[in-house]
Design a protein around this ligand. Structure first.
Ligand SMILES: Nc1nc2c(ncn2[C@@H]2O[C@H](COP(=O)(O)OP(=O)(O)OP(=O)(O)O)[C@@H](O)[C@H]2O)c(=O)[nH]1
Length: 283
């Protein structure tokens, strides 16, 4: 399966981000907890060089709790400060202030040595489309100051938001383009909904998802679709057919509507109706 991605406007986005990053002390990088490496553009290491870094494992509510812990340890071992959140929940924002100050302790210490007092930490949020940047900013800043939507590419605007006496946040998140020389990464991003649906073959995508789920989360499929035990030994095409049959996805003449079943499986995964699922684990 070929996942196509035409970066076009991304060169402009990268340039804008390069400029914005010069203005901040801290880069807050949002990753999708269901696939943290696939949803991470490693170019940020270069772009955010010499800046403090904070990793937010977002959509943690949709990801496997044990996997969230494993990823937290993985990134902490690399020297990052890490927080798991459901960005829609204000309550999940409580640890963020402390995490920001912890990630910036060297800068704060440096300011103190130079006698600079009360200069707030300046931060910006970055991440791939649809990872939850606007939702995070809204929840953290406590008001609707960044437009949110469930389609990639809706963020606009540019201002500083004073969050406390210690922290200022750029209200425009930096959009990182997804990066995948590896097709598997592209497929995971497609499953998450980080790539526009219209460039994908939904049937194939759903089968890749079913393949992964039947191997790693068979209980989730069983519970959601009441799949019979014998369905798991079969290939993803048969599982998709079984789902179509059990869910009455039918075309005229009672033929199975694979397309409808495929869209349903993908949507069920994205919305968490299949339970908490993580697509990739640390090595
Ligand atoms: N379950 C869950 N959904 C989330 C979370 N964060 C964001 N969302 C949803 O994910 C979708 C995308 O969120 P946005 O905040 O618009 O994402 P964005 O990164 O700003 O997207 P772009 O503007 O396309 O770059 C929305 O439907 C949000 O409600 C989360 O932590 N958990």
């Amino acid at each position: 399966m070929q996942v196509q991605w035409y970066p076009g406007h991304m060169t402009k986005a990268r340039r804008a981000m390069q400029e914005d990053i010069k203005l901040v002390d801290l880069v807050i990088e949002l990753l999708d907890a269901r696939a943290p490496l696939s949803s991470r553009n490693p170019d940020i290491d270069e772009l955010g060089r010499q800046k403090a870094r904070l990793i937010i494992l977002n959509k943690a509510d949709l990801a496997d709790a044990r996997a969230n812990k494993a990823w937290e340890i993985y990134f902490e071992d690399k020297g990052c400060t890490v927080v798991q959140v459901d960005a829609r929940r204000r309550a999940d924002m409580k640890p963020i202030q402390a995490a920001i100050l912890s990630a910036c302790r060297e800068k704060i210490e440096r300011d103190r040595r130079r006698g600079i007092k009360n200069r707030p930490v300046r931060a910006m949020v970055v991440g791939i489309p649809n990872v939850g940047k606007s939702t995070f900013i809204n929840s953290y800043a406590g008001r609707a100051c960044a437009k949110t939507g469930n389609r990639p590419g809706v963020t606009r605007g540019n201002q500083w938001i004073r969050l406390s006496k210690d922290v200022e946040l750029l209200d425009t998140p930096g959009i990182l383009w997804p990066k995948f020389e590896d097709q598997e990464v592209g497929i995971r991003l497609a499953m998450l909904g980080s790539i526009k649906d219209d460039i994908l073959n939904t049937d194939e995508l759903s089968m890749r998802l079913l393949d992964c789920l039947s191997a790693r989360y068979p209980e989730a499929l069983k519970e959601r679709y009441q799949l019979p035990e014998e369905a798991y030994g079969k290939g993803p095409a048969e599982i998709l057919a079984e789902v179509a049959r059990l869910r009455n996805c039918l075309l005229k003449g009672s033929e199975l509507d694979y397309g409808k079943a495929a869209r349903m499986v993908i949507e069920d995964f994205r919305c968490g109706r299949l339970g908490r699922i993580t697509l990739e684990l640390p090595d």
